[in-house]
Design a protein around this ligand. Structure first.
Ligand code: SF4
Length: 434
């Protein structure tokens, strides 16, 4: 039974539209997906990530889509159909979480498209849940405010854990130690948030305490930094970049070829959408409207929460500092018109440049095959590379068919090692791993 179990949260979901239902979240990034689902459970809403993608994901994705969709749509539809076709599942009790956004690409069509697929195939009782500021977080009702705050905190926490995972794993002495610590940290984060009230102050204190425990765990990993390991910035389409099944576990394979990855995280996109909202408000001379003030307050609160959660890691992120959205957009400006080109293409080009300035030895862009953002970036990268003294930038496309990733990564890593010896921007190394 779905029950709030804390303080004034004792009333249960009652007649809330999510009462008695279970939300399934497609885990773009495994850690963020798990943490986000735990955030829902903290509010008394049953939630989980979709089970790990496998061959049936592709099979069902292909069966229920037309073939014209982007690869992330196919994977997500396939995973949702696997849930709905699990024996004993009542489709009317299932809610499918499908984020949506305005933008220049097909992403904004995913939610209505998914609804169409469900209706056409006898699953019209299954709800598609796409809360955004544009629809007033429809479907959340009284849970909208705690959902926004809790969800944000969980995403920030999961992003830093992923950053630590990628920073320590290539240098661990005993294979598997870092993965084990990462899982332990995620378990701690999820169970702590579920057990704690969602009232803002005690929840933030609890998340902060988890982060302090996680830092100790990462420090306990026997590891020694090998400075000959090239650091590769990984940018690209948000789903394909973060969803390991979709990108054939590119980051882990990069590590097997002797590299370390610095991947663009999930909250990068949220900061970008905040900046976009301010840009549009300014264009419409609406900055001092109710909407403008609400956006300003939300931005302020998110910054504060982020600061509190990340503070224990301030020494850890030396040399791995994420650029601000402003820095990314300014870096992309010479290559793309800032007001005409939007979304991932601006973020990826700008981020590649910002990471090069921080001393990475190469950039990999992960994109779904036919993604227009990826295609535009690929056309721009040769100039970016020339301007950065030959920085190796390579786009890897994925569509679920066989690729010769090992051969391509092997060649790419040789280029990165060569660039490493003559790059202009030196790296700054943190204390850990020493
Ligand atoms: S970014 Fe590319 S893959 Fe993703 S929805 Fe847009 S067009 Fe499709």
């Amino acid at each position: 039974m779905l029950q709030f179990n804390r303080g004034s949260e004792q009333e249960g979901l009652g007649s809330h539209p999510l009462a008695g239902k279970k939300i399934y979240i497609p885990p773009m990034a495994y850690g963020s997906g798990r943490a986000f689902a735990a955030g829902f459970r903290a509010l008394g809403v049953d939630a989980d990530i979709t089970p790990p993608s496998d061959h049936r994901t592709k099979e069902l994705g292909a069966r229920y889509t037309s073939g014209d969709e982007c690869y992330p749509a196919k994977v997500t539809v396939g995973d949702f159909m696997r849930v709905l076709q699990t024996p004993g599942v009542d489709p009317s009790k299932i809610v499918l979480f499908m984020p949506t956004a305005d933008g220049p690409c097909r992403f904004g069509q995913y939610a209505p498209y998914l609804k169409g697929i469900l209706e056409a195939n006898g699953y019209s009782s299954t709800q598609v849940f796409s809360p955004t500021s544009n629809n007033g977080y429809a479907g959340l009702g009284s849970l909208a405010t705690p959902f926004l705050r809790t969800g944000w905190r969980m995403l920030v926490a999961a992003d830093i854990l992923q950053k630590m995972l990628l920073k320590y794993r290539p240098h661990e002495r005993n294979k598997g130690d870092t993965d084990a610590v990462f899982e332990e940290c995620l378990d701690d984060l999820c169970s702590t948030v579920e057990k704690t009230t969602y009232k803002p102050a005690p929840q933030l204190k609890a998340v902060r305490a988890v982060m302090e425990r996680c830092l100790v765990r990462f420090h306990s990993i026997p590891a020694q930094r090998d400075r000959s390991v090239p650091l590769i910035g990984v940018v690209g389409e948000i789903f394909c970049r973060l969803h390991t099944f979709s990108n054939e576990n590119l980051v882990r394979r990069l590590e097997e070829y002797g590299g370390e990855a610095w991947i663009s995280d999930l909250t990068e996109w949220i900061w970008y959408t905040n900046a976009e909202q301010f840009r549009k408000l300014k264009l419409k001379r609406n900055l001092f409207s109710l909407e403008g003030i609400a956006a300003w307050v939300r931005n302020k609160v998110q910054r504060r929460d982020e600061h509190v959660i990340l503070e224990p890691f301030k020494d850890e992120i030396v040399g791995y500092e994420e650029p601000s959205t402003r820095e990314v957009l300014d870096a992309a400006r010479p290559y793309l018109p800032q007001d005409g080109a939007l979304g991932e293409m601006v973020l990826n080009v700008g981020k590649a440049i910002c990471l090069a300035r921080r001393g990475v030895d190469g950039i990999i862009d992960i994109s779904p095959f036919t993604c227009m953002n990826g295609i535009i970036c690929e056309a721009i990268y040769p100039k970016v590379s020339r301007d950065l003294g030959g920085l190796p930038i390579r786009t890897f496309y994925f569509d679920g068919t066989q690729t010769d990733l090992d051969r391509d990564l092997g060649v790419y890593m040789e280029l990165a090692r060569t660039y490493m010896r003559r790059k202009k921007h030196a790296r700054v190394y943190p204390k850990h791993p020493a």
